[in-house]
Design a protein around this ligand. Sequence first.
Ligand code: F6P
Length: 327
Amino acid sequence: MKKQIQSIGVLTSGGDAPGMNAAIRAVVRAGAYYNLKVFGIYEGYQGLIENNIKELDARSVKNILNRGGTILKSSRSEEFRTEAGRKKAHQNLQQYNIDALVIIGGDGSFTGGHIFSQEFDLPIIGIPGTIDNDLYGTDYTLGFDTATNVVIDCIDKIRDTAESHNRLFFVEVMGRDSGFIALRSALASGALDVVLPEEDSPMQDLFNELEKGEANQKTNKLVVVAEGNKMGDTFWIADQVRDKYPHLESKVTILGHLQRGGSPSCLDRVLASQLGVAAIEGLLEGKSKVMAGLIDNKIVFTSFEEAINKKIPLNKELLRISKILSI
Ligand code: F6P
């Protein structure tokens, strides 16, 4: 018979995302509700290797629901990729009698969690925490909604100055090799065009959209560029456009890590609370090597393997709508 879980550890790993604190709070408080001991593991897997572990109670997580970043801090640990690193990590868990883990992070964090869980027969549940929204098994990952709200707020501001000077702006957004942030924010900010990693669109398509914009007397032109697109670097794209249309004044704005900060949106706080409780209840029910997600407003557990490897297709309908409305 499986050992009854009495004590769990929680950590945040990979790129931070707004809503991670709300998820930590939910995990700690749900743990307390079910009479579990809860340990916070600081600085992700690296902290686990370095024994950076502290017990948390319901009051340790007060006033964090509304805060961006992660109070547990995060890291991308190279050492945890090695067998020796994971062995040290496991020894530290044993020292505190931690018998299950909740990992809040993205695909890289779940890959590490999956291996760790297999090697040491340790129950682990993941909570999707990444602004990229690139995990299969949930409609939204934590931080995606907040990040896209940050992006549209920035693009609204860029629009003001673009309109005043009749300028063309290329706005680069994050998302690694997926275009969820780009597509959603392009639609929500009324961009003229969007360059996505999921599309193999040639430069000529962009030229066509720009010419259409000119013909339709668009005075400002905003193009959202996903960082992982196949066309090229955003500055390079802007150079090609400058060469072809010297009369268009083209500017580039890279939004960068701005997108990862700020107070989480209502959607992210609610999602974090739901997934935090689901993770604890899932562990108590004997689940492991799965990610807790929300699909059509229902909690769904998806195996780590599927969450990491299954591709989420681009929402072509959003792209179609964006094209119709950007004339
Ligand atoms: O995965 C989240 C993310 O913000 C990506 O969108 C981006 O490509 C990457 O992390 C940046 O990573 P770092 O903060 O380590 O530079």
